[in-house]
Design a protein around this ligand. Sequence first.
Ligand code: DGL
Length: 270
Amino acid sequence: MAVGVFDSGLGGLTVLDAVTRRLPDVPFVYLGDNAHAPYGVRTHDDIFNLSCAAVERLWDEGCDLVILACNTASAAALKRMQETWVPQNKRVLGVFVPLIEALTERQWGDNSPPREVAVKHVALFATPATVASRAFQRELAYRAVGVDVEAQPCGGVVDAIEQGDEILAEALVRSHVEALKRRMPMPEAAILGCTHYPLMAEAFQDALGVDVKVYSQANLVAESLADYLIRRPEFLGQGTGSRFLTTGDPKAVSNKATQFLRRKIVFEAA
Ligand code: DGL
């Protein structure tokens, strides 16, 4: 049994960490498409094609269920993948819906009409492609009414993280938060809508201030995966061991991953 976790690069490791903690007996195969990161500045067709190639690679590893631990792929490609491409005996799940269910105080599968929720002013930080897709607002509108969402495309942050430049990433986070606050001075909640951003969570919280609740996507995804596997255990694939795969340079990616997660991680060529 094994489950696949995919991201354009290092960001999905924040999700991998949380799912590994939540499901310690499940082997996970991680694939980072570092050779093609960042996805956030690519076209939707490009993101679709790259995501399909990566998911197929994880199917080859015996992972019938793959988590797109990438908001950009979840926002720009997942619906099209599920509707036109994923075969019956496989599953591809995204990272958006668990987050929106938490924000709108809903249980999984609660399809009741949209209703008023406690939060009214939400700041969304995401890649330019995720913001342009408006997928977050679309999913939110299915579940809640009267929520004002201000979205900030955070150009450059993923690049800086992928290059291991924490100082630049931090400076960019501060300037993106300031830009958002000029349009929405008092958000009640902030969504880090890119799996790379939890690596900069402190910088976001610092710049936003202590009164803003910052939603952690990784733990919500882990809970929702645990729940899914109880309902659909048949999607635990035939794979047997955990692995870290990259389309980039395994040595350089291993070094950056180890630096960010502060534990030794060894990538192999995908
Ligand atoms: N970490 C990904 C996300 O959640 C991808 C970012 C990128 O490659 O631009 O959006």
